[in-house]
Write a protein that binds this ligand. Structure first.
Ligand SMILES: NC(=O)c1ccc[n+]([C@@H]2O[C@H](COP(=O)([O-])OP(=O)(O)OC[C@H]3O[C@@H](n4cnc5c(N)ncnc54)[C@H](OP(=O)(O)O)[C@@H]3O)[C@@H](O)[C@H]2O)c1
Length: 185
């Protein structure tokens, strides 16, 4: 049976936040180098998965196939506002069924948040691409995983069987790097 490769992408602050206290991703977390990396990854992905508030809003977004998590439906439904999107409620249908509805049976799936969506796939990631802005702190912000800030994002990924690969520098002046956390057999 063909398999789906599950990857995730996020940028977090030094204290593990993906958004500020108002649930908004602030300008302080937006860097051209990270945006280029993220955009290229989404252009390569066969399917994008996100919660209802995490639309990436890029020029190529309308061309991308996606699953949008929402509790507004019971299982799986076509998105009336976007012919390339499938609405999915994991409480009522499996991930595989939702991918099938979207017409994706193999290839790479990119999980792009928010926090509950990242939590949901925690034991399934092949690679979690964790970008971090080492000079930005967002105290009281929205944490990338439900266990942060009690634990760091890195501790949580390690607890779920992922190991860090070599970090790449995305923006030297601003101390932004991306590290692939990979599941090794
Ligand atoms: N820094 C980054 O890289 C990054 C990445 C992602 C997001 N963000 C930012 O973080 C914020 C995320 O917003 P958010 O916390 O509201 O997250 P979100 O996951 O984008 O949206 C939450 C909504 O998704 C649906 N949902 C989530 N989990 C679900 C589940 N298990 N079952 C069914 N539906 C589910 C629900 O929609 P319904 O209300 O329709 O039921 C829920 O209200 C935004 O500001 C976004 O820009 C930043």
């Amino acid at each position: 049976m063909p398999t789906l490769r599950i990857e995730a992408y996020v940028i977090v602050s030094a204290d593990g936040m993906l958004a500020n206290a108002d649930h908004v991703m602030p300008i302080e977390l937006k860097f051209e180098g990270d945006k280029r990396f993220f955009t290229a990854a989404l252009d390569r992905a066969d399917l994008i998965v996100h919660g209802r508030h995490s639309y990436e809003d890029q020029p190529n977004s309308p061309q991308r196939k996606r699953l949008v998590l929402t509790r507004a439906i019971s299982g799986i439904a076509a998105d009336p506002s976007n012919p390339r999107a499938t609405l999915w409620n994991p409480a009522g249908a499996s991930f595989e069924a939702a991918c099938g509805h979207a017409g994706t049976h193999s290839g790479t799936v990119a999980i792009i948040g928010g926090p509950h969506v990242f939590d949901l796939f925690m034991d399934r990631y092949d690679t979690f691409w964790l970008s971090q802005a080492s000079k930005v702190r967002l105290p009281g912000g929205e944490a990338v995983f439900s266990g942060v800030p009690h634990q760091t994002p890195q501790q949580i990924l390690a607890q779920h069987g992922l190991k860090p690969g070599k970090a790449q520098v995305l923006d030297e002046a601003n101390g932004v790097t991306v590290t692939p956390w990979q599941r090794k057999p």
